[in-house]
Design a protein around this ligand. Structure first.
Ligand code: AMP
Length: 541
């Protein structure tokens, strides 16, 4: 319509151009496999991305082709995050922790034409080379000197960039062009692909940078510990570029001591990762205290951060924790647990309760909770229902998969499979996954609530609660517990007694079994599917 605003396509190259214009000297630092720091600027990134975009064309990558990445968090992966979409192709981030058959499955399902891989990870690709015949070229960076690579059509990343022209015109004109592809970890069946568009990515980046969300600024130094192969590292590489924040990439160095050292020496303000990472960091900081006063927000998501761990960070270490919830299907950010003005008069304990929730929906995402009959439920902080979402960066269906009623409602909301309560002021509190809920005698028992309570015990390192079949009640909770080292005098009866005051009697697990570790999925979540299988095989008696 005449006089209406400009038609300005929201494309990823606009983010890169902004970073280059506004923040050319801000740095991206990577801890390389050998431990040294590689440092360069957004200006360096910009010129290498342009060369790489030209090189992709020379490799025969056409508009819409899928290009795989198989790498740690590093500057090369950052270059691919921009060069692939900004040249019109689709950046398919391959999860380096998948089983070989799943990895081959997603490469073939996505029909990746070229794969860019980290030399340190090449052995995993070599194992499946025969099963992925459609991949035309493998481009390798960070190879060891003299490393023999047993893959067909291998090209060295640096040779490719050196030979390419820096002159390049961004070709993407339509914001609804696909830019990225991430497969969900697939706790049931095959992994499913979520295809992001330039528009959804751009809006997610702005959404994440709202002051009421993560709100990155040029004063921030962001450490994405969350892998770049998991939900686009929560969008942090793009959010940092848009905000002019510096990035610190940890490469393969992800243990507690290495991260503590990196956060301190690089003066990181926003470290971001899953709770397992922060448990390891906390244990390290307790034995080797460090000055981490520059951290303004320790961002955590992917699984629930136990309240006790949040308390330990905030009270013992003086580090503020920001709990967030999201999903690959949501690009991934959905909610954040920042406190609001109405919470300023609350006691410290009550404020901690709020920080331990998954938080409120950020602008751009809407959510509701719904019962088995599809009726919307009240936001009263106690009624549990399935979480459904819609918004500017929520998936509209899985890649090359028919939409089904268990994924979307008739009125178009995405069914997350998470079960939660919502408080009157909009804070989501996850109580379960629909498939992990314990349905005992017609009532729902939240496995997550039991796990959180168990993990609040000082002798409990990890706890996972699963539903086990029961003749009388249909299902009953079974708790699997890993104790902290030196805590072996604690018994099942002690833990049940500890739980008793907090729950109705029928919620208490019938049994607690002690394990040396809880099995984890490829992205570090408790793998309850494995626990259920072990129970069925009689191994958790
Ligand atoms: P993924 O797509 O692999 O990131 O998995 C998304 C799922 O992880 C969600 O549906 C939740 O079940 C779980 N999740 C993500 N963030 C949180 C959180 N802060 N607390 C509890 N569960 C979470």
């Amino acid at each position: 319509m005449h006089g209406l605003m400009m038609d300005y396509p929201l494309t990823v190259d606009r983010i890169l151009e902004h970073a280059y214009r506004m923040y050319p000297t801000r740095r991206i630092s990577t801890k390389m496999p050998d431990g040294h720091m590689h440092r360069y600027t957004y200006a360096n990134l910009y010129s290498r991305v342009k060369r790489l975009a030209n090189a992709l064309g020379q490799l025969g990558v056409a508009q819409g082709d899928r290009v795989g990445t198989f790498a740690w968090n590093n500057y090369q992966h950052m270059e691919l995050y921009f060069a692939i979409p900004c040249s019109g192709a689709v950046c398919h981030t391959l999860n380096i922790r998948l089983f070989p058959e799943q990895l081959a499955y997603i490469i073939n399902h996505a029909e990746d034409k070229v794969i860019f891989a980290d030399g340190t990870l090449v052995p995993m690709l070599e194992r499946i080379a025969d099963e992925i015949p459609a991949v035309e070229t493998f481009v390798i960076f960070n190879a060891q000197p003299g490393q023999e690579i047993k893959l067909p059509n291998v090209v060295a990343y640096e040779d490719l960039i050196a030979a390419a022209d820096e002159d390049y015109t961004w070709p993407v004109k339509d914001e609804l062009t696909a830019m990225g592809l991430c497969y969900t970890s697939g706790t049931t069946g095959n992994p499913k692909g979520v295809l992001y568009s330039h528009r959804s990515l751009f809006l997610h980046t702005m959404g994440e940078n709202q002051a009421t969300a993560l709100g990155l600024t040029p004063s921030d130094i962001v450490l994405p510990v969350v892998p770049q192969f998991h939900a686009m590292a929560w969008g942090l590489p793009y959010a940092a570029a848009m905000a002019g924040a510096e990035l610190v990439m940890p490469g393969p160095h992800l243990n507690g001591p290495a991260l503590a050292e990196l956060i301190e020496s690089e003066k990181v303000t926003i470290p971001a990762g899953v709770p397992t990472i922060w448990t390891a960091l906390y244990q390290e900081l307790r034995t080797n205290p460090r000055n981490l006063s520059h951290v303004r927000s320790l961002v955590v998501g992917g699984s629930a951060m136990p309240r006790g761990l949040i308390a330990a960070y905030e009270r013992e270490l003086g580090i503020s924790v920001l709990h967030a919830w999201g999903m690959t299907e949501l690009s991934p950010l959905g909610t954040v647990a920042l406190l609001q003005t109405q919470h300023s008069t609350l006691s410290e304990d009550d404020r901690l309760d709020i920080k331990a929730t998954q938080g409120y929906p950020i602008a751009g995402v809407e959510l509701r909770i719904v019962n088995d009959m599809g009726e919307e439920l009240p936001w009263d902080g106690t009624t549990m229902g399935e979480v459904q979402v819609r918004g500017a960066w929520v998936t509209n269906g899985y890649y090359k998969v028919e939409r089904t009623p268990d994924q979307f409602t008739a009125d178009g909301w995405f069914r997350t499979g998470d079960v939660a309560t919502v408080s009157s002021d909009g804070y989501l509190q996850l109580t379960d996954r629909t498939k992990d809920l314990v349905k005992s005698g017609g009532e729902w028992i939240s496995s997550v609530a039991l796990e959180n309570a168990l993990m609040a015990h000082p002798d409990v390192h990890e706890a996972a609660v699963i539903a086990v079949p029961d003749e009388r009640w249909s299902e009953r909770p079974l708790a699997c517990v890993v104790l902290v080292p030196d805590a072996d005098t604690i018994t099942e009866a002690d833990l049940l007694e500890y739980l008793a005051p907090e729950f109705e009697r029928f919620w208490l697990p019938d049994h607690i079994v002690f394990l040396s570790e809880i099995p984890k999925t490829s992205v570090g979540k408790f793998d309850k599917k494995v626990l259920r299988a072990r129970h069925a095989a009689g191994e958790l008696a």
